[in-house]
Design a protein around this ligand. Sequence first.
Ligand code: ATP
Length: 228
Amino acid sequence: MTVIEVKNLAKRYGETVAVRDVSFSVERGEIFGILGPNGAGKTTTVECIAGLRTPDSGSITILDGSAGDPALRTRVGVQLQEGELQDKLTVREALELYSTFYPDPADWRKLVDDLGLTPKLKTRYGKLSGGQKQRLSIALALLGNPEIAILDELTTGLDPQARRDTWDLISGIRDRGVTLLLVTHFMEEAERLCDRIAVIDKGEVVALDTPAGLVQRAGDEQRIRFRP
Ligand code: ATP
């Protein structure tokens, strides 16, 4: 069953064309990756899907609604970009505050326990390490028990161990039945985690395949070769 359908999405910022023509669909229960170099249009694409930006043209269907539909707010969890949380808020305060946004929030104590953040409950956001901030942002994205979670560049800037830990977390989230849309720079990450990957370059999908299919094609196509 298709849970996200993006058709001919286009978005520009003034003169800059961020997304030229992007189409793909995501099936329930899969981890779908969006891979591409800096400035390819990945974030703009997921921000349109999350309803945070209005596309110039094209259509986005999510579950049984349209992107930005208020009824989808609790069904689609979006990972916050670093810096959107108040530095002075403690982990516990952030979780309590965000829990009030949902009619039936998940048990945040269990979430932080699963994410290994319990010892940091009294720590202020500004004092967390990069990996801990990422974990908190995952917890916040999952607080509403979403059917779909959108995670943008979750492991950029993390050390190799923290990156591997985050991969385990993401696999665990999928095992709970959450459909994941994952933005990444890293072919290795996409290869390990994703069922299917759309490679975006200059605002267009240049390849859409399984990881194995992409690796096979990477030898032939310069544009889909990335290094971590
Ligand atoms: P990165 O991997 O570096 O995060 P990305 O693939 O997510 O890149 P986007 O952030 O979507 O790419 O950016 C696509 C293009 O749109 C880039 O040229 C970028 O400079 C431009 N852009 C993004 N956000 C804005 C904005 N708010 N105002 C103006 N231009 C923007």
